[in-house]
Design a protein around this ligand. Structure first.
Ligand SMILES: NC(=O)c1ccc[n+]([C@@H]2O[C@H](COP(=O)([O-])OP(=O)(O)OC[C@H]3O[C@@H](n4cnc5c(N)ncnc54)[C@H](OP(=O)(O)O)[C@@H]3O)[C@@H](O)[C@H]2O)c1
Ligand SMILES: *[C@@H]1O[C@H](CO)[C@@H](O)[C@H](O)[C@H]1NC(C)=O
Length: 350
């Protein structure tokens, strides 16, 4: 048995390397042809039914506007109902013929069941499920409380919330030959310190939906969005506290993002809906962020070093001492590279 593996260890790399030359060019030519075809004939969303979780702010809110503009009927879900109603009004104004609002906490399996049930009860069909609801808490692993309640809530919302909702939606999506859009993150491969469980929840989403894509085949297509830094309440600095409430902490936000430009939320939502209509497997916005995947693959040690240098203070020191924060404080760069909506700490309350 060992001999077989010794043989494969030798043969597999060289075979893979040589096949790149023969398989890659025709394969990419074929893929480009399909891409052009799907760009010329994207899905028509008029009258389609789209369920969006986490639609009360940020990317989810703007996805509602993008789908609404194209005439889709919407079911908008989140915990802040008042904000959802305001967003529903705007989506109707932009062109959506019918919008319903559902108050739901996706970390609860019964809420996810009800979410899909109420959507089906009202519209009698479901074409797109957008798993967008997500939260974060910046916290070094060693600083986490012993029960790790805040970490578990992240997994319950980001990962299990998407999985539960998908479980109840899949039979209906199969009937309509529908689509699933899921908000993973560039954090699934870029491992920012203090985001260990957030990154893990996003990597778990990518792995889960990559598998589901194979299981569902052509019945339901799946688009995994992996944005970089996008203006929203998350990048305003809204984070989950140990007591279960949400607070805005812009200093730690500055430590985490530093002098990296934050992209507009409308542009992000537009790119995601465009990708979903084309049936793309992955969407990364801003698209230059795709390069970080290569950096991580080619120079993992340098990426680690960069993170240590820029986001961590000296051991035991306050996080405000991190280089990222000092660069922003010294230069005032955030006035230029952060959208104005995330410069002030205001977020929506219900
Ligand atoms: N902004 C970025 O830079 C960025 C980058 C990569 C990925 N993402 C992902 O994009 C998604 C949207 O985030 P965002 O940036 O737009 O932040 P956001 O403005 O904070 O929006 C998060 C949304 O999720 C909802 N939500 C949170 N917990 C929920 C729960 N338990 N049940 C139902 N809804 C819940 C929130 O509504 P309620 O509080 O009203 O429930 C809100 O509508 C997240 O999955 C995030 O991880 C964001
Ligand atoms: C919603 O749930 C109720 C109660 O379980 C059930 O009777 C009904 O058929 C469900 N509706 C749909 C559209 O699945």
């Amino acid at each position: 048995m060992d001999l077989i593996h010794k043989f494969l260890n030798l043969v597999a790399p060289s075979f893979t390397f040589f096949s790149l030359f023969f398989i890659l060019p025709p394969f990419y030519l074929f893929k480009s042809f399909l891409f052009i075809l799907r760009s010329v004939f994207p899905e028509n969303l008029a009258g389609k039914v789209v369920l969006i979780t986490g639609a009360s702010s940020g990317i989810g809110e703007h996805l509602a506007y993008e789908y609404g503009k194209r005439g889709a009927r919407l079911a908008l879900a989140a915990r802040r109902e008042k904000s959802l109603h305001e967003i529903a009004d705007r989506a109707r104004y932009l062109g959506s013929p019918d919008v319903i609002v559902i108050r739901a906490d996706v970390s609860k399996v019964d809420d996810c069941r009800r979410l899909v049930n109420e959507t089906m009860g009202h519209f009698r069909r479901l074409d797109h499920l957008v798993n967008n609801a997500g939260i974060n808490t910046p916290c070094l692993f060693e600083d986490a409380p012993p029960d790790m309640a805040n970490f578990r809530t992240i997994m319950d919302t980001n990962f299990w919330g998407s999985v539960y909702t998908t479980r109840f939606a899949v039979p209906h999506l199969k009937n309509s030959n529908g689509k699933i859009v899921v908000l993973s993150s560039a954090a699934s491969w870029m491992n920012d310190p203090r985001y260990s469980v957030y990154s893990a929840s996003k990597a778990a989403l990518t792995a889960f939906f990559d598998t589901l894509r194979i299981e569902l085949g052509s019945d339901v297509s799946i688009t995994i969005a992996s944005p970089g830094y996008i203006e929203s309440e998350l990048t305003t600095g809204k984070f989950l506290e140990e007591d279960g409430n949400f607070q805005v902490h812009q200093d730690i936000r500055d430590v985490q993002i530093g002098p990296v430009p934050v992209a507009s939320v409308s542009g992000c939502a537009e790119a995601i809906v465009k990708g979903a209509r084309r049936g793309d497997r992955y969407v990364t916005q801003p698209s230059w962020f795709r390069m970080t995947y290569l950096w991580k693959m080619l120079f993992p040690e340098l990426v680690d070093l960069g993170y240590r240098l820029f986001t961590l203070a000296r051991p035991g020191g306050p996080h405000q001492e991190a280089l990222n924060k000092r660069i922003l404080d010294l230069t005032g760069l955030q006035k230029v590279i952060y959208p104005s909506s995330i410069q002030s700490p205001e977020i929506k309350t219900d």
